[in-house]
Design a protein around this ligand. Structure first.
Ligand SMILES: [Zn+2]
Length: 704
């Protein structure tokens, strides 16, 4: 208890006073309470909770680590039993915690802890529903992760292409690949389909991959998801929320998250529109006018990514100055003999240069930096807090590439955050809101990926470009590269959760879930499906976070937030010049801001943490800094798009099935017109004959 009380008092004076912008808007209405008014007993309960939670969480994390780095049945069983133990602990703590009338306790931090402990989530469901919920979730995830697709038909490689080009709209390619031959579905999302979408420039292959993945992954889980919605809503209601969407949004402790995000999107949309128009024009140049419309949405299969959420895959087709120094330093890393461990040492070094703590020795001993050859592992990169205030690990199948160098900086951001809040009570050891954890590593990655920093690392030639034009061009290429990942992503992230919020609330009926999905995708992102979709399809389900039921808006929050932090940290580091050229490497002033803000964990509402991190400048999400960062690119794009239509008309989407049906309709019209003409001609002939006859007769009459 002493520890807790000391902590509660210690955190208070750390907070800066915030001016302007009105009061911090938070509504922590989470949690349920009972009748016990005794705060001292409440504190004893919290202390017991803290000890037990750290201990059991550590057991679960160890078991989970073992499974994820060595996938065996035995390890899986062990992990599941630890998970069960962990869930049971949650449930009993919830039962005990909600006996207290904690909302009237004196200490704000105590009330806050109870607020977290007395929300049970899905475990509030009755046993039979809880079991069904868990089974459905497991089945959906399994369906998704085991989905496989047949390779594109090999006989279509050469020879038939010309023919195919003519009949492209008739979907021959798909039929050839799926219908008329038996095939072995061997391609998985990672790495096969992902790579195909990034590398293939054959629209038929791309469309085939796009469509087949949705057939294999999304469509089969639609009915399960429909049942899942009911159960998720039941769980939310038992926790005092109107539906699962409201439950998710409550994590942000703001009045109207959806409206806040809409407002941000309105500010960001002009930049997105410029990027969209520029990319569409480049793709149209490459693929031709019959595949990419001039003023319609961009067909989603051509953007280099399964969900068109990150357009980096089409950088080779779209880069503003393709002739300039390549921004990718992969070759140089290989030449200099970088290894996975060295990549992480480089990332750790960045954080230490800010005056932050080095990771413990155990991190280097226990982490998994590359894919082992002797066993199955779960490769998905992740950062681990082992819950004992000592052990932190990463697990990543690292390749020696620039992409993984940046990813390592991101993962190390999670680790730094974990280490910085380790002295908080267990329940507060988490990101200030779900977006914060993702933002920290990204902030550092923004610096780490600048040509300026890569030059400092000796990975890019330190020689300044001969003329200023070249320098500007390299800069614009860099900015464009960041935009293709971060700006392209924004509407996708918004739509994924907007759609789910509406599905949970019933605003989108289950009978039109897919139609409404595309309506939103079209409206916000300006992308269209390459083939006709209907309600047998379930395209949202072809994205992992839907079957896994993971909220997504956190990434959108993180993307906006990280630029707010970047701006403040750059200013603290004394950077002058455009924001996108800033690297905070070596700035202890920036490090100090991070340390103060991040060590709060989630002990305070996130607007307070944000105020702390930004020296009081911001206490809510603000699109200003991200717009400022991309301003030079925005200006440049506007010039480039001078003669280009900006925006899209949904009615001008080029959708294969529709094209097919519309060409079928056209054919029917032509046929009818021909028939009509023939009839007309026939009648005309008849009339002419009669007329001629009569003329003749008249003639003859005349002659007579
Ligand atoms: Zn992350």
């Amino acid at each position: 208890m002493l520890l807790l009380l000391v902590l509660l008092m210690w955190t208070a004076p750390l907070l800066v006073e915030v001016e302007g912008d009105g009061p911090v808007r938070t509504t922590l209405q989470r949690g349920t309470q009972g009748s016990n008014p005794n705060e001292a007993e409440g504190l004893q309960f919290l202390q017991r909770y803290d000890d037990a939670a750290s201990f059991l969480c550590n057991l679960f994390m160890e078991a989970s680590w073992l499974y994820n780095t060595n996938v065996t049945e035995h390890n899986k069983r062990n992990m599941i039993s630890r998970q069960l133990q962990w869930s049971q602990f949650h449930r009993s703590s919830y039962e005990e915690g909600r006996q207290f009338r904690w909302r009237s306790f004196a200490h704000a931090a105590v009330r806050r802890m109870f607020g977290f402990i007395t929300v049970l989530g899905r475990a509030a469901l009755p046993d039979n529903q809880l079991r069904e919920y868990a089974e459905l979730l497991q089945q959906m995830k399994a369906l998704y992760s085991t989905a496989r697709v047949c390779p594109p038909a090999p006989d279509l490689k050469e020879g038939r292409r010309k023919h195919l080009k003519e009949v492209w709209v008739y979907d021959d390619y798909d039929l050839q690949s799926e219908g008329n031959r038996t095939c072995l579905p061997t391609l998985s999302l990672e790495p096969d389909l992902t790579r195909l979408l990034q590398e293939s420039r054959d629209p038929r292959v791309l469309r085939y991959v796009w469509r087949s993945w949705r057939r294999a992954s999304g469509a089969p889980l639609r009915t399960r998801y429909q049942r899942f919605i009911t159960l998720a809503n039941n769980a939310a209601k038992l926790n005092g929320f109107s539906d699962a969407g409201e439950y998710w949004r409550s994590e942000y402790e703001v009045g109207d998250l959806e409206e806040d995000l809409e407002e941000l999107w309105r500010e960001l949309k002009p930049l997105y529109l410029q990027l969209h128009a520029f990319v569409r024009r480049k793709l149209r140049l490459h693929y031709g006018a019959n595949i990419v419309p001039e003023t319609g949405p961009i067909p989603a299969h051509l953007l280099g990514n399964m969900w068109a959420q990150d357009w980096s895959g089409v950088l080779p087709l779209t880069l503003p100055f393709p002739g300039q120094t390549p921004h990718d330093v992969t070759e140089e890393m290989i030449r200099q003999g970088y290894s996975p461990v060295r990549i992480f040492r480089t990332a750790d070094n960045f954080y230490r240069s800010l005056g932050l703590e080095a990771v413990p020795v155990s991190f280097w001993r226990d982490s998994m930096f590359s894919k082992p050859r002797d066993r199955e592992v779960v490769c998905h990169a992740s950062a681990w807090d082992m819950c004992n205030n000592r052990d932190y690990r990463v697990k990543m199948c690292t390749d020696v590439t620039m992409e993984d160098l940046i990813k390592a900086h991101h993962e190390m951001g999670h680790i730094q955050y974990d280490m910085l809040y380790r002295n908080q009570p267990f329940i507060f050891r988490d990101g200030a809101n779900p977006g914060f954890h993702e933002a920290v590593g990204d902030v550092v990655a923004l610096s780490a990926a600048t040509p300026q920093h890569l030059k400092a690392l000796g990975l890019m030639s330190a020689r300044r470009n001969a003329d200023i034009t070249q320098e500007t061009q390299t800069d614009l290429n860099h900015l464009f590269t960041v935009a293709m990942a971060k700006i392209a992503f924004l509407p996708f992230a918004l739509v994924l959760d907007k759609w789910r919020w509406r599905v949970f609330s019933g605003e989108i009926p289950q009978s039109t879930m897919n139609k409404e999905w595309w309506k939103l995708r079209m409206e916000y992102s300006g992308v269209s499906p390459p083939v006709v979709r209907d309600e047998d399809d379930f395209d949202p389900g072809a994205k992992y976070h839907v079957p896994a039921n993971t909220p997504y808006v956190r990434y959108l929050v993180s993307f906006i937030l990280q630029f707010q932090l970047h701006e403040t940290l750059c200013e603290a580091s004394g950077h002058v010049g455009p924001l996108h050229t800033c690297s905070i490497y070596g700035s202890s002033a920036a490090g100090e801001l991070l340390r103060r803000g991040l060590s709060l964990g989630r002990s305070e509402p996130w607007p307070t943490v944000m105020a702390q991190l930004t020296n009081g400048r911001y206490k809510r999400l603000n699109a200003g800094p991200i717009l400022k960062y991309f301003q030079p690119l925005h200006d440049w794009l506007q010039q480039q798009n001078n003669d280009t239509f900006v925006g899209w008309r949904s009615s001008e989407a080029l959708i294969a099935g529709q094209q097919y049906s519309s060409s079928a309709t056209t054919a029917a019209y032509v046929l009818m017109a021909l028939l009509f003409l023939t009839m007309l001609l026939g009648m005309a002939c008849l009339l002419t004959r009669r007329w001629r006859k009569s003329v003749k007769e008249e003639d003859s009459a005349e002659q007579r």
